[in-house]
Design a protein around this ligand. Structure first.
Ligand SMILES: NC(=O)c1ccc[n+]([C@@H]2O[C@H](COP(=O)([O-])OP(=O)(O)OC[C@H]3O[C@@H](n4cnc5c(N)ncnc54)[C@H](OP(=O)(O)O)[C@@H]3O)[C@@H](O)[C@H]2O)c1
Length: 439
């Protein structure tokens, strides 16, 4: 029988140890301290932060750290090996040494809360299996969409549903950039520089702008929603760096808004998982999600369509999610019920190639301004089974013209075959943009 993490007396505090005291750690600590009396009543036992580890306490960021009675731990291992700690809160980031620390904490029969999406997306299987083996809890609400309680909703409130489709705006940085491009007509580079100045984007924005961050989050959400393990490499990923104001303006003219979406759906043949900039029809509720906000739209077999909206990052919103996990675990400790909600990846579903996607497309191409070019392209599209819903020709200079197409739904592989032939035409200078369309 696995040992339970808790000591049994209802009067003894449940001890918490923090690994990391940066944006998330400090926000969780503040949330916990500010609301401790009511949290104690909700749990039915006192909670106490026993110790906190960072890499280097001699930094200006820790000069006024309000640690109250918590000790400054020698290092992260001292927290993980402390026999008095019941819950380890990992908010340091990165895969190593976070993975080794979390695994050792679990082996030491401690429950773990983490905000680390990369850790769960890359090492989730091993970590969840270890927690299951030890009969302890591992919770990671803050790892996806910060303050939005989407993981608990999928695991508990919506557990009676078969999740059919899920569409998320799960990266605040890219949503901020696209909002500035749409609402203020900023170029991508200007909007990115602004996002960096406001602290929404990192100095190296690759993880956000190229869609890696959203892919981590989709792999976690899809694993839970579709009850089947999804590795992050199985998520098709495209970023927003290639988008121009022309694509944003055509979207407006055609009744769409450009968003970086993380889309997961279950089809009879398997799961389709993709992160890419998308033409989203203006009537979709996700188009109203602007700035650095996040939202996840979910379609379940019984509940129908539901949407979760809120702040996807930031110290206190993320702290709110971390503390929600701490409270849930503390209740489980009190009732000797840790490990009650183990990994729910019961099946091993096929993950389909993005070429299997059936969707509408927006295409923008630069062509020679000559008679017959549009017709030749339309013929190729038609021969490959791509039916055209609308076409716009503009910017004709006498030498060059721009043609914008929106197709009807078509299997992606057919569209790609057609585009190879279109690109090979002498009269086609380039296919500037090809985006999927969601209604
Ligand atoms: N920021 C957000 O809004 C947000 C939202 C959702 C999820 N997350 C996730 O939460 C995690 C933390 O992000 P953050 O923004 O809070 O990062 P952060 O501000 O950089 O803080 C990281 C903290 O971890 C400590 N740390 C790093 N390596 C350590 C080690 N080996 N041993 C001990 N302490 C160590 C750092 O100490 P030093 O300062 O001494 O280096 C610092 O206190 C990441 O996984 C991130 O993806 C962040």
């Amino acid at each position: 029988m696995p040992k339970r993490a808790s000591r049994t007396s209802d009067a003894a505090p449940i001890n918490i140890g923090f690994l990391g005291f940066g944006t998330v750690g400090a926000g969780a600590f503040q949330t916990l301290c500010d609301n401790l009396p009511s949290i104690t009543l909700k749990v039915g036992r006192p909670l106490a932060v026993k110790s906190v580890a960072v890499r280097n306490w001699n930094q200006p960021r820790y000069a006024n750290a309000p640690l109250c009675t918590a000790q400054r731990a020698k290092d992260a291992w001292a927290v993980v090996e402390d026999p008095e700690i019941d819950i380890v809160v990992e908010c340091m980031g990165g895969v190593e040494p976070a993975a080794e620390l979390v695994l050792q904490a679990l082996r030491n029969h401690k429950n773990v809360v983490t905000a680390n999406k990369e850790l769960i997306a890359r090492r989730g299987r091993e970590i969840l299996e270890e927690a299951d083996k030890q009969g302890v809890d591992i919770q990671f609400e803050a790892a996806v969409a910060g303050g939005i309680p989407i993981i608990r909703a999928l695991k508990e409130s919506l557990a009676g549903n078969r999740i059919q489709r899920m569409i998320g705006i799960v990266n605040g940085t890219t949503n901020y950039i696209l909002t500035q491009m749409t609402e203020r007509g900023c170029e991508f580079t200007t909007a990115l520089a602004e996002a960096q100045a406001k602290g929404y984007a990192e100095k190296d924005p690759t993880a956000d702008v190229e869609g890696h961050d959203a892919a981590y989050k989709l792999s976690i959400l899809a694993s839970i929603a579709f009850e089947s393990r999804v590795d992050v490499e199985q998520v098709h990923r495209e970023g927003i760096a290639g988008l121009t104001l022309a694509d944003i303006e055509y979207a407006r003219q055609l009744g769409y808004v450009v968003k970086l979406l993380a889309i997961g759906e279950e089809t009879p043949a398997g799961l389709l998982l993709r992160v890419h900039p998308t033409y989203l029809h203006h009537s979709h509720p996700l188009t109203s999600v602007s700035g650095a906000f996040n939202a996840i739209w979910v379609q379940g077999s019984s509940v129908g369509k539901v949407m979760f909206y809120g702040q996807g990052a930031g110290s206190l919103p993320t702290g709110s999610a971390v503390v929600g996990d701490i409270i849930d675990i503390a209740r489980n400790i009190r009732h000797k019920a840790t490990g009650r909600l183990p990994c729910t990846c019961f099946s091993n579903k096929t993950i389909l190639d993005v070429n299997e996607t059936v969707t509408k497309f927006y295409l923008r191409m630069e062509v020679a301004d000559r008679p017959g070019v549009l017709g030749r392209i339309a013929t190729i599209l038609g021969n490959e089974g791509v039916s055209v819903a609308s076409v716009l020709q503009s910017n004709a200079s006498g030498e060059e013209a721009e043609i914008v197409w929106v197709t009807h739904e078509v299997q992606e592989v057919k569209l790609r075959r057609a585009l190879e032939q279109v690109q090979a035409l002498d009269a086609v200078k380039c296919i500037r943009t090809c985006l999927r369309v969601e209604d």
